[in-house]
Design a protein around this ligand. Structure first.
Ligand code: KG4
Ligand code: ZN
Length: 346
C-alpha cells in the first residue's frame, strides 16, 4: 500500500470525457462515500450515438450540480475535499474541457492539489473501490474506446500486452446493436438479448497471430450477415446473433488473457471498462477462475461504466506515490494513451 497521505484522505473525482457528468467522493482511494452519475444517454439516444457539441453543453449545465450532490450525498462539504482529481484524457475535447476547467477552478479556490487522471487507467482502478485488491494483476480493459490486456504491475505501472489494432470491442457491440435496430448504447441490449440466444452463427475470430485483436472484421462480418439475409428476405434471429457475436468477441479476449496470466505467473485477473458489465464476460471470467484457481476481480457494474469514483481512486494513488502531477496550465488531452502502450501493434 502506498504511504504518505493522511488516513481518511478524501479525493473528489470528476469525469466528463464522454456522455456522463460524474462526480464522486472517495476516501483513501477505496471507500466510496458518494458516486453521482448524471447520464446523458436519453438525450443522445435520439441521435443513435453521442453528439459531441450537445454532450459538452450538457456537461456545462450539469457539472456544478453533480459536484455539490456528490458532497451532499457523502454528508460532506467543500472543506472536506483534500484533493481534486479530473479526467484530462482520452475523450471528446469539448467534454474533457468542462471537467478540467471546473476541477482547476475548484482546486485553486479550495487551495488543494489538482491531479490529472488518464481515463483508461482510471477504469482499471474501479477494481480497488470497496475491495482490498492490490497490484500486480492482469486486467482486461474493454470499453467503448479501448480494448487491451494490461499488466498492472503497480498502482501507477501499466504495460499493454495485447490490444485491438482497430475498433474497440464496445464500438463493435454498439454497431452490431445499431444494425439490429436496437437503441443506443447497444452493448447492454446485446447483452440482454444474448441471454435467450444460442451461438449458432459462425463468425470470424478477432484474434490476430501476434496476440493482438481486430474487431473491425468481426463487426463487418455481422453487419454483412444481416444485410445478406435481408436481401434474401430471410429473418435472422436477433437473440442467436447477439449470442454468437458476444462469444466471438469475448472468448478470444479471455483466451489471450489466460495465456498472459500463465506466462507471467500472475494470480489475479481483473475486468475494467463498460464492456466489463457484460454478463457473458463476467460469467466466463468466473468459470476461468473455477477452472484455474486464478482470483477474478469484477467491479460492480455501476463502477465498470464511466464514473467519478474510479477517477478519484487513480487520483489518490497518483498523489500517494508520485505527488502532484499537474498545475493550473492543465489542458484536455483528447488522444491520451495508456502509459506503457505502443503506438502501432499491427
Ligand atoms: O467505459 P465506458 O462506459 O465508456 C468508454 O470509456 O468508452 O464504455 C461504454 C461502452 C459502450 O460501447 C457500451 O455499449 C458498452 O461499454 N457496454 C456494454 C455493456 N454495458 C456497457 N457492452 C456489453 N455488455 C454490457 N452489459
Ligand atoms: Zn470509459
Amino acid at each position: 500500500m502506498p504511504q504518505g497521505l493522511k488516513k481518511g484522505f478524501a479525493v473528489l473525482g470528476i469525469e466528463s470525457s464522454c456522455d456522463e457528468t460524474a462526480c464522486a467522493l472517495v476516501e483513501d482511494g477505496r471507500r466510496v462515500l458518494s458516486n453521482v452519475i448524471d447520464s446523458q444517454i436519453e438525450l443522445h439516444r435520439l441521435y443513435g450515438g453521442v453528439v459531441p457539441e450537445l454532450a459538452g453543453r450538457n456537461h456545462v449545465m450539469a457539472i456544478d450540480r453533480a459536484a455539490k450532490r456528490a458532497l451532499a450525498d457523502a454528508g460532506a462539504d467543500f472543506s472536506d475535499v483534500d484533493a481534486v482529481a479530473v479526467t484530462c484524457g482520452a475523450g471528446l475535447v469539448g467534454c474533457l474541457l468542462v471537467g478540467v476547467s471546473y476541477a482547476k477552478a475548484l482546486a485553486y479556490s479550495l487551495g488543494v492539489p489538482l491531479v490529472a487522471v488518464n481515463h483508461i487507467e482510471a477504469h482499471m482502478c474501479a477494481n480497488y473501490l470497496g475491495t482490498d485488491a492490490e497490484p500486480p494483476y492482469l486486467c482486461i480493459l474493454a470499453s467503448g474506446g479501448h480494448t487491451a490486456v494490461v499488466h498492472v504491475a503497480g498502482y501507477n505501472e501499466y504495460s499493454v500486452l495485447s490490444s485491438t489494432v482497430d475498433d474497440a470491442i464496445g464500438e463493435a457491440f454498439d454497431k452490431v446493436a445499431r444494425t439490429l435496430g436496437l437503441p443506443y448504447p447497444g452493448g447492454p441490449q446485446i447483452d440482454r438479448l444474448s441471454e435467450s440466444g444460442k451461438p449458432v452463427y459462425r463468425l470470424p475470430s478477432p484474434l490476430l497471430k501476434n496476440g493482438n485483436l481486430s474487431y473491425s472484421g468481426l463487426k463487418t462480418a455481422v453487419v454483412n450477415l444481416m444485410h445478406n439475409a435481408a436481401q434474401r428476405n430471410e429473418a435472422l434471429d436477433a437473440a442467436d446473433l447477439s449470442a454468437s457475436f458476444s462469444r466471438a468477441a469475448i472468448d478470444p479476449l479471455l483466451s489471450v488473457a489466460e495465456k498472459h496470466l500463465k506466462r507471467l505467473g500472475l494470480k489475479t485477473l481483473a475486468l475494467a471498462g463498460g464492456v466489463a458489465a457484460n454478463g457473458y464476460l463476467r460469467g466466463e471470467a468466473q468459470r476461468l477462475s473455477q477452472r484455474t484457481g486464478i482470483r477474478v476481480l469484477l467491479p460492480e457494474k455501476k463502477l465498470c461504466t464511466d464514473n467519478g469514483a474510479m477517477v478519484a481512486s487513480q487520483g489518490y494513488f497518483l498523489l500517494a506515490e508520485k505527488g502532484v502531477n499537474c498545475d493550473l496550465t492543465l489542458n484536455a488531452a483528447p488522444t491520451l494513451r495508456l502509459r506503457g502502450d505502443k503506438p502501432s501493434r499491427r
